[in-house]
Design a protein around this ligand. Structure first.
Ligand code: NCD
Length: 303
């Protein structure tokens, strides 16, 4: 049975296939309207979400399927002490596929080991977020018409930002991709990831300076400082406004820069940037629905 726990569970060919299906859905939505008739998606969200959960739900409805689930741990039996393993076993009796977001790293993996239906990691703590990465890859493909030969800047909370970790892993596999990792010292990428990237010979440099790095970038991936992962509020307050992207700063950027953000935005992109044609983040959120439709079909093995 197929699951999606880590973006590296997918080969680049499989990712190409999902992007192809997503583009076909965008072009011919009517052909897909009944593909999941009689199927149910369970969304098990132990952490807050707007885009991921609702785009999964919209995806399943647009495929003609149905949705059940919960959007906070408090309203599930987790609050009574039920384990993720037991919950996964139970939900397998009620649904054909599970999307799980959990505050603990590895929880969706545990679920996949006990479920008898496909499990999708919809974000596990500060670890990974493979379906956001699929969204990001579709966005890059649509904006740039390629996934190789790119200079990609990641800016903000690279330590706790799970979308960053998954996208770095995914993009590291494409040719001639170079990363500029822009963060305060305390929010640099985790050591395990740096080590993996060095071992694989991935081309990257780390810096604290956004302005200096901007002119060389094809893609700027902004992120929010992940308040919920901090141990202490004072550190969060000190670091939250480390980077604020403004129209003035963007003057030195390339005319064909693509600005991505997984959202939600807090303060790191000024709202004045939204009108800039280089701002892709709202389109990106829309693409998230289509790529999740493609993913559901693939995991359920529906042609
Ligand atoms: C991201 C997440 O949950 O990690 N949001 C999302 O799924 N689009 C990014 C974030 O919360 O900052």
């Amino acid at each position: 049975m197929r699951h999606l726990i880590d973006i590296l569970d997918l080969t680049t060919e499989q990712i190409d296939g999902l992007i192809g299906t997503a583009n076909d859905i965008i072009a011919h939505p009517d052909r897909y309207a009944d593909k999941c008739h009689g199927k149910k998606l369970a969304t098990l969200f132990y952490e807050p979400s707007t885009r991921t959960r609702l785009s999964f739900e919209a995806a399943m409805y647009e495929l003609g399927g149905q949705v059940l689930g919960f959007s906070e741990a408090q309203s599930s039996s987790a609050s009574k002490g039920e384990s993720v393993a037991d919950t996964a076993r139970i939900i397998s009796c009620y649904a054909d596929i599970i999307a799980m977001r959990h505050f603990k790293e590895g929880a969706p993996l545990v679920a996949s080991l006990h479920a008898s239906v496909p499990v999708i990691n919809a974000g596990d703590g500060g670890h990974n977020h493979p379906t956001q990465t699929l969204t990001d890859l579709l966005t890059i493909q649509k904006e740039k018409r390629r996934l190789n030969e790119l200079v990609i800047g990641f800016c903000g909370d690279l330590k706790f930002g799970r979308t960053v970790h998954s996208l770095l892993n995914a993009m590291s596999r494409y040719d001639k991709v170079r990363f500029v990792l822009i963060s305060p010292d305390e929010l640099r990428i985790p050591e395990y990831l740096r080590h993996e990237m060095q071992t694989k010979g991935v081309c990257f440099r780390e810096t604290q300076n956004l302005e200096e790095s901007l002119p060389e970038l094809d893609i700027l991936y902004m992120t929010r400082v992940q308040r919920e992962r901090f141990f202490n509020e004072a550190d969060y307050i000190r670091l939250r406004d480390s980077y604020i992207l403004t129209p003035e700063k963007l003057r030195s950027a390339r005319a064909d820069l693509s600005i991505l953000h997984p959202l939600p935005r807090v303060n790191e992109i000024s709202v004045q940037v939204d009108a800039d044609p280089r701002a892709c983040y709202f389109r990106q959120a829309l693409y998230g629905k289509y790529i999740r439709m493609a993913l559901i079909l693939w995991l359920l093995d529906i042609q």
